[in-house]
Design a protein around this ligand. Structure first.
Ligand code: NAP
Length: 335
């Protein structure tokens, strides 16, 4: 048995997901794609023998499309996800689920009215082997109650269109979701701290930035986002508990000993670092669909909460102060 998938947005990640669904994930068929750029849609469709559909709306209504993947640009996600819910079709939406808080409330309401979980949000780190090992250690209680988390998110460089606000909205948002999931609690406040700027990139950009979060239990999470670090794509995470600490493993690779030094490669591309996680993420989503079960991945609530948190981080970027994070109570539907 296989599921007919329609994908909206054949840009960078959309094209990757099409090939992943067609060639790596078992049980999926890409039957249709759509993009506002018809040429891009045509090229990607031809590479996997799918049809091009004129609009996102037509793709969602297409009878051959049993489930939808949304990889268009962020501001289009909310309406496309709402259309999937109203058509009763499961939807995997790349982050961000929403760019406006009010749209999040609409999605939460519509999904609860539908009476079953239809939405999964693309926070792929939850499918990375190292993060999953950390989660097992934390859930076992082995290191006791978590007190602190130290996170590092470094990219070698970014393009000129990257803005200062994107450090929270596009970069640290991954740490926000990962740490909410690892710690199993919500963030309650944030302060954005601005170190001296690197001179190695664009003058318009405040880089690096540090986000200091507090959680409901009083734990502290610091996240360094440094997107022009020059040397590679480097993700670090350590959680310190009352009885011990757990650290995210580096990706496995050989250590070369030569001329009095031992050295290991640092990956350059985030796509290489999380390629396996993307594969597992889509495979597990498809497996649940085939079994006729609701998805178990990040929910609409997780997508909503992540945007509320990073919005507060952006407000702190501009004010310099500690900004409370005002999340409404989580509906039982998302427990
Ligand atoms: P991208 O290359 O710009 O691709 C977006 C595509 O969607 C473009 O082809 C764009 O067309 C098209 N599009 C825009 N509005 C549309 C609409 N209303 N209907 C249909 N198609 C539309 O961007 P990307 O890097 O692939 O990112 C896409 C999404 O994935 C973003 O939300 C991004 O945050 C997310 N993402 C997530 C991860 C992750 O780590 N999970 C990694 C990368 C990206 P035009 O180019 O003509 O506007």
């Amino acid at each position: 048995m296989s599921i007919g998938i329609g994908l909206i947005g054949t840009g960078w990640i959309g094209e990757q997901h099409v090939h992943r669904l067609a060639n790596v994930v078992s049980g999926a068929r890409v039957v249709a794609v759509s993009d506002i750029d018809a040429e891009s849609a045509g090229k990607v469709a031809a590479s996997v023998g799918a049809r091009v559909v004129d609009s996102a709306e037509a793709l969602i209504e297409d009878p051959e499309v049993e489930a939808v993947v949304v990889t268009s640009w962020g501001p289009a996600h909310a309406e496309q996800v709402l259309a999937c819910i109203s058509a009763g079709k499961p939807v995997f939406c790349e982050k961000p689920l929403i760019t406006e808080i009010a749209d999040g409330q609409r999605i939460l309401k519509a999904e609860q009215a539908a009476g079953r979980r239809l939405v999964q949000v693309g926070f792929m780190r939850r499918y990375d082997a190292g993060y999953r090992q950390m989660k097992r250690v934390l859930d076992s209680g082995e290191i006791g109650a978590p007190l602190m988390a130290h996170c590092v998110h470094r990219n070698p460089n970014v393009r000129e269109a990257y803005t200062t606000e994107m450090a929270a909205k596009d970069t640290a948002v991954h740490e926000v979701d990962s740490l909410r999931w690892l710690l199993g609690e919500e963030f309650t406040s944030v302060q954005t701290i601005l170190p001296r700027k690197t001179s190695k990139r664009f003058p318009h950009l405040q880089d690096p930035q540090i986000f200091l979060f507090e959680t409901a239990s009083g734990a502290r999470v610091d996240v360094e986002a440094f997107v022009n670090c020059q040397y590679g794509y480097d993700i670090q995470c350590e959680i310190v508990g009352e009885d011990g600490a757990v650290r995210l493993p580096d990706p496995a690779g050989p250590v070369v000993r030569k001329a009095g030094r031992a050295s290991a490669e640092v990956l350059q591309e985030f796509g290489d670092r999380f390629a396996d996680a993307f594969d597992v993420e889509l495979q597990e989503w498809v497996d649940r669909l085939i079994a006729g079960q609701e998805p178990t991945g990040p929910t609409s609530w997780d997508g909503f909460a992540a945007t509320v948190v990073v919005d507060a981080a952006v407000r702190s970027l501009h004010s310099g102060g500690i900004v409370p994070i005002d999340l409404p109570p989580r509906p039982d539907f998302y427990a």
